[in-house]
Design a protein around this ligand. Structure first.
Ligand code: SF4
Length: 356
């Protein structure tokens, strides 16, 4: 592995904390960093931007204010609150962890790194963030943002996607943590990565509190760091999505399998290829839904981490009442909005529901 020196790094601590005290964004979970608030916010912030998380966080803690309530929340209600945030296994793991805290920790959020790390849905980074922010423990919290910041500070072209690099950086960062402010130090690094030392070759070195200590900046290579291996291309999938309404105006939904992408979520029926209107009519008959008036809907695309969905859609208004189909439900548009969590991958088609 490439050599680089941490010798100058202790000098970043003071200016970093002074900048954080001055510039940190006011966030609801920062003003009152209880273990519950920090936990919920950190889980939401995995894969999701701060601005998008804020309204979800407010609603979540309003409707599910504590661990006991989370352990007992009904799955459908939980999914409904999470609807639109994506990566729904995060919500399921929150509930599982809350149940584990109720039975294994007398309902009190555990206060050691190891016990936090052992909860479902919590990896090294999240455990470090909760342990340091909510409990003041001197542990590091190293995610992609922090790795990027340090690759630049160290002027290192090391591959930050490698677990060995992460381990090495985590050990180096741990030695920098000031014992009186571990949570602020970790949050300051995250904040710097989110607002100044931005990804994709866009660091704002001109306003950075650490530019005087940054090897990447000094060498003029900050924009080229970190070095990342080329990403694997996403798998491309085509789908035909059907908004099927019965003569009473109720919409067909079906539940996805318990495992895999969007596990257990509700969705509009779809088939894994592009259908024409005639083929759609035949598909409806295969499902024993009879004749229908079929109208084309606009095409749509949704990008997941590893897969891209390219969708075409049709609205089908059935002429005769629909039979009971295993795994399907028929619900009014209002019921759908209140009770069923439809993944945002189908947002374009949810928008078509109100059309007659
Ligand atoms: Fe990042 Fe530039 Fe600051 Fe270095 S000087 S830490 S590259 S923003």
């Amino acid at each position: 592995m490439e050599e680089f020196s941490w010798a100058g790094m202790p000098a970043i601590v003071e200016p970093l904390l002074a900048w954080y005290d001055r510039a940190a964004r006011v966030l609801p979970w920062r003003s009152n960093p209880t273990p519950y608030f920090v936990w919920i916010s950190e889980i939401m912030l995995q894969q999701t931007r701060v601005e998008a998380v804020k309204p979800y966080f407010d609603r979540f803690v309003r409707e599910i204010p504590n661990i006991a309530a989370l352990s007992a929340v009904e799955d459908g209600a939980l999914m409904k609150i999470w609807q639109g945030l994506g990566y729904y296994s995060r919500a399921r793991n929150l509930k599982k962890a809350a149940q584990g805290i109720m039975t294994g920790h007398d309902g009190v959020f555990p206060g050691t790194y190891e016990a936090i790390r052992a909860l479902p849905g919590i990896g090294d980074y999240t455990a470090g963030a909760i342990a340091s922010i909510a409990f003041g423990l001197p542990v590091s919290a190293v995610d992609g943002n922090v790795l990027r910041v340090f690759a630049r500070l160290l002027g290192s072209g090391v591959n930050i996607a490698q677990p060995a690099t992460k381990k090495l950086f985590a050990a180096g960062i741990r030695r920098l943590i000031p014992p009186d402010r571990p949570g602020d130090f970790n949050q300051a690094l995250m904040e710097l990565g989110a607002t100044v030392c931005l990804p994709n070759g866009q660091p704002k070195c001109g306003v950075c509190p650490l530019s005087g200590h940054c090897r990447g900046y000094e060498l003029g290579i900050a924009e080229t760091l970190p070095v990342k291996p080329p990403k694997k291309p996403r798998r491309q999938e085509t789908l035909t999505v059907l908004i099927i309404k019965d003569p009473a105006g109720r919409v067909a939904l079906r539940q996805r399998p318990e495992k895999g992408l969007l596990a257990g979520m509700w969705e509009y029926p779809h088939v894994p290829e592009y259908l024409t209107a005639d083929q759609t009519a035949r598909q409806l008959k295969l499902w024993r839904l009879g004749e229908a008036e079929i109208t084309e809907l606009p095409a749509a695309k949704h990008v997941f981490t590893h897969v891209e969905w390219h969708m075409v859609g049709y609205k089908a208004r059935l002429f005769t009442p629909a039979p009971v189909l295993p795994g399907w439900v028929w619900c009014s548009v209002d019921e759908l909005r209140e009770k069923y969590a439809i993944p945002s991958a189908f947002r374009a088609y949810t928008g078509a529901l109100r059309l007659s």
